[in-house]
Design a protein around this ligand. Structure first.
Ligand code: ADP
Ligand code: MG
Length: 171
């Protein structure tokens, strides 16, 4: 059984996955390792080979729980746990990675507009959403572990970043 740990880049997926007592499959590592269609000329990043990934992940699937970790892992699992982070806290993490201003803006907008959450709801039968803002990585890992053990359910709708990001308040 494969459960996706997904979220906008910088929300803490890799850190949290490393704290879980499950096998972790790093989707980005598979892409870098050859499951790609070359470099996207405009964006400079590797274009994932989604069909090859899907097939490889099917081969790796077993009765044991494993975590698919990466910002498009939700394309490949029936269940995804989405990490969320207030854009104002996400910004310094993306800056620390040396991302370009455009790439930072693009990722902050995606987080503010729930892009990965909405995709997850589209692709997955079950989606849980964790607001990691103000939580340590071990605290987030504990929530993920309780969700996976089915001791906790956090359905979509945990956060609303429109005030944080755009200054909008919709009543
Ligand atoms: P992702 O894999 O989602 O892109 P990372 O796990 O690489 O994100 O985390 C991005 C940065 O944020 C890293 O420097 C990491 O140490 C830090 N980080 C991750 N989770 C937390 C947390 N809960 N609180 C504070 N910093 C965190
Ligand atoms: Mg990562």
């Amino acid at each position: 059984m494969q459960i996706a740990l997904t979220g906008t880049p910088g929300t803490g997926k890799t850190t949290v996955a490393g704290l879980l007592p499950y096998r972790v499959i790093d989707i980005n590592a598979l892409v870098r390792g050859g499951m790609n269609l070359g470099r996207d000329p405009e964006r400079g990043c590797l274009d994932a080979d989604m069909d090859a990934l899907e097939q490889r992940l099917k081969e790796l699937d077993s009765d044991e729980i494993s975590i698919l970790e990466g910002h498009f892992s939700h394309h490949f699992a029936d269940w995804s746990v989405v990490l969320r982070l207030a854009p104002s806290d996400l910004r310094p993490r993306l800056e620390a990675r040396g991302y370009s201003p455009e790439k930072i803006r693009e990722n902050l907008e995606a987080e503010a507009l729930d892009v990965i959450l909405v995709e997850s709801v589209e692709f997955c039968r079950r989606v849980d959403e964790i607001d990691t803002t103000g939580k340590t990585a071990p605290q987030v890992a504990e929530l993920v572990a309780r969700i996976i053990k089915d001791e906790l359910e956090l359905p979509p709708g945990q956060v609303d970043w429109l005030i944080d990001f755009f200054g909008w308040k919709i009543d």
